[in-house]
Design a protein around this ligand. Structure first.
Ligand code: SF4
Length: 763
């Protein structure tokens, strides 16, 4: 997307000859798969003043909001109430204060915490007495909370992308628009990314635990002490705000500034979200209801933009998928038995504990009674699987007194004040939340009922054998698989509008049916890169004419492995700078490299390009990418071997010289041995007519080619056989044998020569 916008300004200056996503996804889509489209008239690069009723107006509307009041009188004498207003630094700090109250308290109440740097002096005035400051804070906090309850006519834009790297690119583009500086923005992230306090691994297992322990108010009743926490970065969070940050900042810049002024970026960003016009965040913050609620994101009447939205079906399904084990249940029972041994002043609390204890014992019995079913099933890999329909599953729950009736009782307790008393009690006294927390129970019950209601559930009981050193450990787990993304997408519909942006959303008919919604407005701009700057072709034969079949079986043959290597050598020989090659798996990557080392082809590739292999772990991955980027432009260029659905395949930016050619080997179908994929295919076949879903085979094809198009977006070359309908439509007739790839007038080599010549003329 950023590339597209840049070249859109002046295509003649475009130095790349890569094809990009939007073109492939939209302009050549078969007409029967698309709905009528509407073409965009306005660019974000247009002067804001050209559109007086647009965003600049909205910005000034916010700026006009009174700073200290949430009400103003309009001409008709009516009271106009604003939900949000611009906040000063001290007020933002107070908002953050309110956030820690909503945090789950830590289990480390009495632990002495490592010291943190000296806290900066805070507003209000340094000589204001502490108790007066605390009162100011309380009043401000109350005012802010009240204002947030009131309806608002100015929506906030929530922009979600898959990774922070992608957000970084979008924010960079935002910084180049006329709106930057007029609209306030913030970027949300997890503590794992943005905590700047030194992490003490010996004391805490996660940064979240550490933070919750640090920012919880002291247990003392003294109101003065409530103003401070055990993390000085947290206490200084108010000094990291829209005034001290540049008008557009990404996560790295936010963290760097936080470290510089010793203020917590995590809480500062959350605080700034209260007054921001645009909130950038990873898209699971917007899609997963549990994260939304913990980050206090309210989408009602706001605008949601999901970038790279081809992932939306998967994310929605994952958000409603849930797994827990018998070990969880048994650990919870143990904890509850300890809790039940205490004397409670509040009898309701005791009744609640006893109710939970009965429920967990019911779950334990349920697991035991399912064991015979599992035992009849064969082991595949390290698990045996038994699957229920939703109706049968709920019946088994009812039989064990953990079904719909009991959920009603649970809800009743959950809403009561004794629940809150217990929550505090458990956390501070019994460390109960470590094992069994209320969110867990609540989620379980709610998931079951929600999924059953929508008839979208596939239930699996899975027996998994964990091998721990030499000891085999067997456990039972229950997995609720959500087959219908509409279940989760439904909760996003409170937004004023939802914009899905991607170059690979087609076929849209699948998207409508899977998400259970219509998209009345569709914008399909044409691609800005002229077709003569793109070369896409396929290869179907090895040198000498044998079939080049890159399926799992075919790729095992040395003849095919040598053919792939020869083709890759050909691409590297004629392509300047960077070449990417995507393979179906790490296993095949290693197999090919070993074979090429045996035959000497590995040495030849290394003479043509500096060769890199995608790393499996995140830390090595950044090192590999850094080296690749630095060597791609110099000397002989570089070749990067990567894996479909791996770290390189999405969220990385390869511009211009960084990927002059992309080679894809095989077709990245979802793994049909995966139980979730199998069940989804069954589900689609069952409901294809009733819910206008794609049949299982079409669904599989769409998943594969939607994915491959993500890679083709910058691709010059596809190395695979047996291409399906979608890429064929995009490829035209540019199919090659090994010989024609090298010798024909439309060969890759002649294309590269033409482009290199043009590029030097452009310069
Ligand atoms: S308040 Fe901020 S800096 Fe302190 S522990 Fe929590 S996330 Fe880290």
């Amino acid at each position: 997307m950023p590339e597209l916008r840049r070249y859109n300004q002046d295509p003649s200056r475009c130095s790349t000859y890569r094809k990009i996503a939007l073109f492939l996804a939209t302009s050549q889509t078969p007409p029967f798969l698309t709905l009528p489209t509407m073409y965009s008239q306005k660019s974000i690069y247009d002067e804001a003043s050209q559109y007086p009723k647009d965003a600049s107006n909205r910005a000034s509307k916010r700026q006009d909001c009174p700073d200290t009041s949430t009400e103003e009188n309009n001409e008709a004498g009516l009271v106009k109430i604003h939900k949000k207003r611009r906040l000063g630094a001290s007020e933002l700090g107070m908002f953050c204060e309110s956030l820690y109250d909503s945090q789950l308290p830590s289990t480390l109440a009495g632990t002495e915490l490592p010291s943190t740097p000296e806290k900066k002096k805070q507003t209000p005035q340094p000589d204001t007495p502490q108790n007066v400051r605390v009162l100011y804070n309380l009043v401000d906090n109350l005012r802010l909370r009240t204002s947030m309850l009131v309806d608002c006519s100015v929506p906030t834009v929530y922009y979600g992308a898959r990774t922070h790297k992608q957000l970084q690119q979008v924010i960079k583009e935002f910084a180049r628009t006329d709106y930057c500086g007029q609209l306030q923005m913030t970027v949300l992230s997890s503590r794992d990314y943005s905590c700047v306090r030194e992490f003490d691994k010996k004391t805490w297992s996660t940064r979240n635990d550490m933070c919750r322990a640090c920012v919880k108010p002291y247990t003392t009743k003294s109101i003065e002490q409530r103003a401070d926490s055990n993390c000085k970065y947290y206490d200084n969070r108010g000094s990291l705000n829209h005034q001290t940050l540049p008008p557009a900042f990404d996560l790295d810049e936010l963290i760097a500034k936080g470290e510089e002024i010793r203020a917590c970026p995590y809480y500062a960003a959350r605080g700034m979200a209260a007054s921001a016009h645009i909130v950038f965040c990873p898209y699971n913050y917007l899609i997963e209801p549990s994260i939304r609620s913990s980050m206090q994101i309210d989408l009602s009447d706001n605008i949601v933009i999901i970038d790279e939205a081809h992932n939306i079906e998967d994310i929605c399904r994952d958000a409603a998928t849930f797994t827990f084990t018998r070990d969880n249940v048994q650990a919870s029972i143990k904890e509850l038995e300890v809790v039940a041994g205490y004397r409670f002043a509040n009898q309701d609390a005791l009744r609640y504990v006893e109710f939970l204890l009965r429920a967990f014992k019911g779950w334990d019995d349920w697991f035991v009674n399912q064991t015979p079913f599992i035992n009849q099933k064969p082991m595949t890999g390290n698990e045996a699987v038994f699957t229920w329909t939703a109706e049968n599953f709920v019946q088994t729950l009812n039989n064990h007194n953990i079904g719909q009736q009991q959920y009603k009782v649970y809800r009743k307790y959950f809403m009561s004040t004794s629940y809150k008393t217990l929550l505090v009690l458990f956390v501070y006294r019994f460390f109960f939340l470590n094992v069994c927390n209320f969110v867990w129970v609540s989620y379980l019950f709610q998931s079951i009922l929600m999924l059953v209601k929508f008839e979208n559930v596939c239930l699996l009981i899975v027996s998994i054998w964990f091998v721990l050193k030499s000891i085999e450990k067997e456990t039972l787990s229950l997995r609720l698989l959500c087959m219908n993304p509409a279940v989760v997408f439904d909760s996003l519909k409170v937004a004023r509008c939802i914009i899905l942006a991607s170059g690979t959303l087609t076929p849209l008919i699948s998207l409508h049916s899977e998400l259970g919604t219509d998209f009345p407005l569709q914008v399909s701009p044409n691609h800005v890169i002229p077709p003569d700057r793109v070369w896409i072709g396929s290869l179907s034969t090895c040198p000498g004419g044998g079939r080049l079949e890159c399926s799992a079986r075919g790729a095992g043959e040395t003849r095919v492995q040598d053919g792939v290597g020869a083709a890759l050598r050909c691409v590297c020989r004629v392509t300047p700078h960077g070449v990417l090659c995507f393979l179906p798996s790490y296993t095949l990557m290693n197999k090919l490299v070993n074979r090429w080392k045996e035959t000497g082809l590995w040495g030849e590739l290394n003479e043509l390009k500096q060769v890199f292999m995608e790393a499996r772990n995140a830390r090595d991955h950044s090192d590999v990418m850094e080296e690749y980027y630095s060597s791609v432009c110099g000397g002989r260029g570089a070749l990067l071997l990567a894996v479909y659905r791996g770290k390189v395949s999405e969220g990385m930016d390869f511009r211009d010289h960084q990927a002059r050619a992309v080679v894809t080997v095989g077709v990245p179908y979802p793994n049909t041995y995966d139980m979730a994929v199998k069940e989804k295919m069954k589900y689609n076949d069952r409901y294809s007519a009733q819910r206008h879903l794609l049949s299982s085979s079409d669904w599989l094809l769409v998943q594969a080619y939607r994915y491959i198009i993500i890679i083709i977006i910058s691709s010059l070359y596809i190395l695979t056989e047996g291409l399906g309908t979608y890429p064929k439509l995009r490829l035209g007739n540019n199919h090659h044998t090994f010989e024609s790839l090298v010798n024909s007038p439309n060969s890759l080599e002649s294309f590269m020569q033409t482009m290199t010549l043009r590029e030097s003329e452009d310069i």
